[in-house]
Design a protein around this ligand. Sequence first.
Ligand code: FES
Length: 89
Amino acid sequence: MAVATSLMRAALGNQVRGIVGECGGSATCGTCHVYLDRSTEQFAPPTGDEDEMLEWTAAPRAANSRLSCQLVPTQESAELVVRVPAEQV
Ligand code: FES
């Protein structure tokens, strides 16, 4: 995976099932919802549009819920593990 690419774009580029990315990454659709496993501290907590949109995702929001379009992994994120919800729309 290329660094400086959002997790959503990397997922779409690698045909990861369950990531839709309908809005193209503007945090307005919630179809890139993921659950971070053991890696929530790697990213700043969700704020603003992401925090608001997480209230409207198809699958329930959890403490480790994020919009993958707002997550840009770094070299230190090499062991990033995420789960895709059962539904996105
Ligand atoms: Fe739409 Fe992430 S792609 S909220």
